[in-house]
Design a protein around this ligand. Structure first.
Ligand SMILES: CC(C)(COP(=O)(O)OP(=O)(O)OC[C@H]1O[C@@H](n2cnc3c(N)ncnc32)[C@H](O)[C@@H]1OP(=O)(O)O)[C@@H](O)C(=O)NCCC(=O)NCCS
Length: 173
């Protein structure tokens, strides 16, 4: 029996081939092919990929910094960790995009990809600070994030995954 292919996480470069990528959501395919590298070069976000032996991207996620401010539907009081200063905004990492090629679906690889995004975000906050991983999922995939441990908050479509619990051993992975 052939072993399932393993993919190593790499930062997106111009050497990667993105035009074959097909996750079933055209806007996410197009964004990878047309915008991901430009945004990265401008310092607006960073995209990591899984690529096959020929450099064709089979999965990607995009992370960028985010700040949760008090005016965000009054959610600060719910999200603010114990002992976090009331006067400070909450910093975190926004999972802006995440997608897997259709050929690799329903094998647990979506979860693996999300776990890699979480660990990458966690490594970033270890260096620069931050409290939550935040995402704004499409309605069709909210269940995917819920089963991973993201929480929904009334009054917002955003979903949150606290990173401090991970630091304290309460891993969602
Ligand atoms: C979302 C995506 C990455 C999931 O990949 P996948 O390979 O289907 O996911 P997995 O096989 O790893 O599934 C992990 C778990 O999530 C569940 N799950 C997967 N997709 C789901 C969905 N749309 N809704 C609810 N649960 C979902 C699976 O049932 C599985 O649960 P289980 O372990 O209890 O069986 C993939 O469907 C994708 O790339 N979709 C198109 C792009 C997209 O919508 N990205 C999100 C942008 S917000």
């Amino acid at each position: 029996m052939t072993e399932p292919a393993q993919f190593r996480l790499e930062r997106l470069t111009e050497e990667h081939h993105t035009s074959y990528f097909d996750c079933g959501v055209k806007s996410l395919d197009d964004w990878l092919a047309s915008h991901a590298l430009d945004e990265q070069d401008q310092g607006r976000s960073c995209t990591h990929v899984w690529a096959d032996a020929g450099g064709c991207v089979v999965a990607y996620f995009t992370l960028l910094p985010t700040t949760i401010v008090e005016s965000d539907s009054g959610i600060m009081s719910i999200l603010r960790p114990a002992r976090f200063p009331r006067t400070s905004d909450l910093c975190g990492v926004l999972l802006g995009k995440l997608a897997l090629d259709q050929s690799l679906r329903r094998q647990g690889r979506g979860n693996d990809l999300l776990a890699e995004a979480f660990v990458t975000a966690y490594e970033a906050v270890q260096l620069i600070g931050g409290v939550h991983l935040v995402t704004d999922p499409r309605d069709e995939v909210r269940g995917f994030y819920l089963q991973f441990g993201f929480v929904e908050l009334e009054g917002t479509k955003r979903m949150f995954l606290p990173m401090r619990e991970f630091a304290e051993g309460g891993t969602p992975l």
